[in-house]
Design a protein around this ligand. Structure first.
Ligand SMILES: *Cc1c(COP(=O)(O)O)cnc(C)c1O
Length: 404
């Protein structure tokens, strides 16, 4: 057999479209919440691929589901349905408000489907001027042109104008401002229960409740983007149940496949009728390989052991981070839910989140940022206590270095 091509971090700069600036090492193997680089150095993984690897790396049950399905059937196309996709649909329906599911390959695609559904639903009702979408400052909904326009961070959209129109942004958690723009021309309101990329900012319960009432009053579709908060991340299967506010459409991806690309849009019978045969679709959506993996992931995550374990682990992180912060006061707030935790840096350390995660890498731990001023942790939902302790000890050494 031919020798594999030799690759180093420099190869990235040589061969890749430079939309990313990855760390200066290459990870080659993972097991649970530990990963190793080309040189054999070990890291504790507190990022989980940005809230994706919710069961860590190489989980034996998930790996077995992948291998078993890989030996049977990979892909058919949507002219033929398959068993794993139907089983996964039933699992999601039984565990949520939803009656119907649409599968795709990413969070952005799930949101794209949700926004298209809302526009078409209004049009089908004969209301061609009911096409306005309300979204929130700082939100993140993906990188397609429609979803990047719905997102509330102009730095991600402004270079790609002309952008899809009919989208208005108001401040997150400001119900009065939302009430001013939500009216009978509104077809959809899209919101994250906890803004993830925007800085780990939880919605106020009254805000989501108020959006629900405004959507009911004006017959608008309420879309919860649970791409990051979903699949157990906050300690419940989906965060909407913690808020006691039921959306009309929910989007989920990231942890759904634990690293195998898959996304889904969940909705009600009534709304699902909008997307009739031929109105929307995707080649790979609901492919048997992806849905077999997600089915195994779902069976593990949607259990009291795992979901209660998230709440317990939240406390381990909070205790450890508070202790670090007592010794080196660099955080003004530690917030979030479950294992979606954001640490807001104080004024003195503003803009240093990236530098802190780089030092953390040197100390052997992988953490994330959520904007320039927030360090974010989204580890495996089943990370062992020993790995939490060791990872926080390594993180503390990185914090000590930034403070010295
Ligand atoms: C990551 C994310 C997305 C985009 O998902 P992709 O799979 O990258 O397309 C959308 N919404 C939220 C809240 C996210 O965190």
């Amino acid at each position: 057999m031919e020798q594999p091509i030799a690759v180093t971090r420099q190869s990235f700069d040589d061969w890749m479209v430079p939309v990313y600036a990855p760390a200066d090492f290459i990870l080659v193997r993972g097991e649970g919440s530990q990963v190793w680089d080309q040189q054999g150095k070990s890291y504790i993984d507190f990022a989980g691929g940005i809230a994706v690897n919710a069961l860590g790396h190489a989980h034996p049950v998930v790996t077995a589901a992948l291998v078993e399905q890989a030996g049977k059937l990979w892909h058919l196309g949507n002219g033929y349905t398959n068993e794993p996709v139907l089983r996964l649909a039933k699992q999601l329906i039984d565990a949520t408000f939803a009656d119907k599911v649409f599968f795709c390959n990413s969070g952005a695609e799930a949101n794209e489907a949700a926004l298209k559904l809302a526009r078409k639903r209004a049009l089908d009702k004969g209301n061609s001027s009911k096409n306005q979408i309300v979204a929130f400052n700082n939100a993140f909904h993906g990188r397609t042109l429609f979803t990047v326009s719905a997102g509330g961070q102009p730095k991600y959209s402004k270079d790609f104008a002309p952008l899809p129109g009919g989208i208005t942004h108001t401040p997150f958690n400001d119900l009065a401002a939302a009430a001013e723009v939500i009216n009978d021309h509104t077809c959809a309101v899209i919101v994250e229960p906890i803004q993830g990329e925007g800085g780990v900012l939880p919605a106020d319960p009254a805000f989501l409740q108020g959006l629900r009432e405004l959507c009911d009053r004006h017959d608008a579709v309420l879309i919860f983007d649970e791409v990051q908060t979903g699949m157990g991340r906050t300690g419940e299967l989906y965060a909407y149940t913690q808020y006691g506010v039921v959306p009309d459409v929910l989007t989920t991806a990231k942890a759904l496949g634990c690293g195998f690309p898959i996304g889904a849009m969940l909705t009600t019978d009534e709304l699902a009728k909008t997307l009739g045969v031929g109105t929307h679709g995707t080649t790979y959506g609901g492919n048997p390989l992806a849905t077999a993996v997600a089915g195994a992931v779902f069976s593990i995550i949607n259990t009291p052991e795992v979901l209660d374990g998230v709440k317990q682990r939240h406390q381990w992180f909070l205790d450890g981070l508070n202790k670090i912060n007592q010794q080196y006061p660099i955080f003004s707030e530690i917030r979030g839910g479950g294992l979606l935790i954001g640490c807001q840096l104080t004024q003195d350390y503003a803009g240093k989140a990236k530098q802190i995660t780089q030092l953390a890498n040197e100390e052997g731990v992988i953490a994330l940022i959520a904007g320039p001023d927030v360090v974010r942790f989204t580890p495996s939902l089943i990370i062992p206590e020993q790995d939490v302790k060791e990872g926080l000890a390594r993180f503390a050494r990185a914090v000590a270095r930034i403070c010295s």
